[in-house]
Design a protein around this ligand. Structure first.
Ligand SMILES: C[S@@+](CC[C@H](N)C(=O)[O-])C[C@H]1O[C@@H](n2cnc3c(N)ncnc32)[C@H](O)[C@@H]1O
Length: 177
């Protein structure tokens, strides 16, 4: 089975990128020598299918067929002693900002950071991720009405809008096209 055909696991707050967003992220990640994809396993699938080397870190071991996959739990972040030039993270929406930051920080070294976030807790996000700025890109997902959690009422609270932030927003927006 093609790993892009896997069903999303809601218990992991898993929402896969739309084709359009995946294509934009492939353009961005392909410009880097050794990208680390944290919580973005379908990007790992797309890059490896093009023969690109990348590290894919996620809690979902269904992606362990990827050559670059390693199990990673945001609750217990660890370094693999590798040097990446990009750390790209699309975290589970309900996750604590500080915990996401600590995981990215352990991995990043001198890498460019690209991370997605949404309106909720945005001020806290920008305080913690103090060196990122908006790229001007809204990510879309296969599920157009991303529910925040099971039972989230889209008609009441509106759609969750997820945007990209980066430590090098100019480079990322240029690559996005
Ligand atoms: C919003 S989804 C992002 C998926 C991405 N859009 C894609 O298409 O590959 C969040 C991702 O975080 C992963 N995840 C959830 N909890 C995690 C944890 N504690 N540690 C590491 N990864 C986790 C999920 O498996 C899922 O792939």
């Amino acid at each position: 089975m093609n790993m892009l055909d896997l069903a999303e696991k809601r218990e992991y707050e898993q929402f896969f990128f739309s084709e359009e967003s995946l294509a934009g992220l492939v353009r961005v990640a392909s410009d880097f020598r050794y990208p680390c994809l944290l919580c973005a396993p379908t990007l790992g699938v797309a890059l490896e299918s093009m023969g690109r080397r990348c590290r894919t870190l996620d809690i979902d071991v269904r992606f362990s067929g990827l050559g670059g996959f390693k199990f990673f739990d945001l609750n217990h972040p660890i370094s693999f002693g590798e040097e990446y030039d990009l750390v790209l993270c699309d975290p589970p929406f309900g996750f604590d900002v500080q915990q996401v930051f600590e995981a990215v920080d352990i991995l990043r070294g001198g890498a460019t950071v690209v991370v997605s976030w949404y309106q909720s807790r945005l001020a806290q996000f920008l305080r913690v991720f103090s060196d990122v700025k908006p790229v001007g890109v809204t990510l879309t997902y296969r599920d157009k009405d991303i529910p925040f959690y099971d039972g989230y009422d889209v008609s009441k609270y509106g759609r969750v809008v997820v945007e990209l932030y980066s430590s090098d927003p100019g480079r990322v927006s240029g690559l996005w096209g």
